[in-house]
Design a protein around this ligand. Sequence first.
Ligand SMILES: [Fe+2]
Length: 228
Amino acid sequence: MIDPPPMSEIDTHCHILPGLDDGPSELDESLDIAESLIQMGVRTVVATPHVMSDTYPLSSEQIRQATAALQEELCSRGLALEVLPGAEYYVESQFLQRIDQGDILAWGEERCVLFETAVAQASMLFKEAIFQLSSAGYTPVLAHVERYHFLQNNPEAMASLKKMGTRFQVNYRSFGLPRVSQRGETARQLYIKGMIDYLGTDSHCADAFGLSLAARSSALSISDKIGR
Ligand SMILES: [Fe+2]
């Protein structure tokens, strides 16, 4: 089994905002996540609460406000972590409407947008969402690529997504999963093939597992494997 790579300085997928989704319910828990990220070497975290019309119908404004409030708390406690507003958008018709209306939280110069679909089978709107994001000037970033059953052991499908301009985000903790785990093996294969664009912790609470992984990660540079 290969060594886990070091965690990147930007965590592109994290449920760090309190009281919005299935992440922390209280500020203290958000601060615990922040501390574990800092210990992992993370300097910037994109706050990506679930946005899903039936379960988490969050507005962009709600997320922006919660991000600003958390940033203020971090600064007042001397915790050196930058928080950017983002979301983990679920592919559904409401997501396409948001793209249409320009009501999307994107991060970075390339206006990256994190999105997810059902694990077992991609939504009928999956490719349409990627197309619409690209057409509107966003960079589509597929969340935890290693989880999807329709992509595991399917290099053609992965290549086709890349061809459409989709970037791949992989969950850091997947590198610590055993060999029998499809998710773990897919993450490792993507890493070896240099197909990972972004790492994320996908933390919903303080990440002790990620922290221990980061501690035993290879000291070698992975800039050739993970481009950003
Ligand atoms: Fe997530």
